[in-house]
Design a binder for this molecule. Sequence first.
Ligand code: NAG
Ligand code: NAG
Ligand code: NAG
Length: 297
Amino acid sequence: IMVKLGRRFKYSIIIPAFIVTLILVYKLKWDSSLQTAVYNEQEEIWKWYNYTEDNLNGPKVSMDDPRVIQKVKNFLIKPLDNKLKYSTDHSYRLSNPEVKDPSMGQAEKIRNILQNRRNGFFIEAGALDGETRSNTLYFEKYLNWTGLLIEPDPLNFIEIMKRNRRAWLSPTCLSINPYPDVVLFEQNRNMGKIAVKGAKVTGTTVNVQCFPFYSYLLALNITHVDYFSLDIEGLELDVLKTIPFKDINIETLSVEFAHVPGGKNAVSEYMFSQGYIIDSEVTHPDWLANDFIFTKM
Ligand SMILES: *[C@@H]1O[C@H](CO)[C@@H](O)[C@H](O)[C@H]1NC(C)=O
Ligand SMILES: *[C@@H]1O[C@H](CO)[C@@H](O)[C@H](O)[C@H]1NC(C)=O
Ligand SMILES: *[C@@H]1O[C@H](CO)[C@@H](O)[C@H](O)[C@H]1NC(C)=O
């Protein structure tokens, strides 16, 4: 009887001790894998902003130069192909999945113009985190569109990567000139912008590679865009002036006009000269939207 009791006692110690050890080992492993994930995130993101000098920037470089097109391709992440896996089944990881349309009304206007078109292609410049006030998420989620999300700020770009958008991603900016260029970008959450030469720069900055709009289209081998959302805090008109509208077909646009130096008339007049009319305006009392919706004449 004594022997049996002793054995039982032994097991009553050994088994719980074994379980506790197992838990500790797993916890340790999990913690260290978490740390590697965070570390790799930083590494992965900064890799995109670490430029080596090539001769493919500046006024002498053409936006349809095959070397530029190849370079754009190197700055494009295929839909759901980023190296940081935020879920194995590629499901959306949204902060507010219950919000059907996080845009401030732009998406609804475009949806009405295009009559709930399915399988379209969008380009959104100033994509922020890919969810907050996103003008394109609805199209992707409910109408099976795909597209290209362009966002220069590394802090925002990493957030886009986490959301598993079914779109191409690019940690770059639309050039305000008809050639590729590296610019100084002022990081300021949803109000970040390209620092124009001569202007006083405040806050954190980062160097960002910009490409002309047309170079992205050539890299993606497309000439048709169903909806282009342009919200880049003041340089919208400069970007629009780089676009060869006669060579491509952009069916609808939303363009923020609030910060454009020439004012909203400068934007509407230029777009009129390119064959577009104003469908409507989208405004928001808290200045969260001040957009023209353009369609073709
Ligand atoms: C930047 O690139 C250089 C050369 O390609 C490399 O040696 C360096 O480690 C990179 N830095 C970062 C932060 O990725
Ligand atoms: C959704 O779009 C993809 C292309 O992006 C296409 O292959 C697929 O057939 C579409 N699905 C439906 C249900 O329209
Ligand atoms: C580009 O697209 C056209 C049709 O839209 C296709 O015929 C051509 O093969 C594509 N080129 C490449 C390089 O994918």
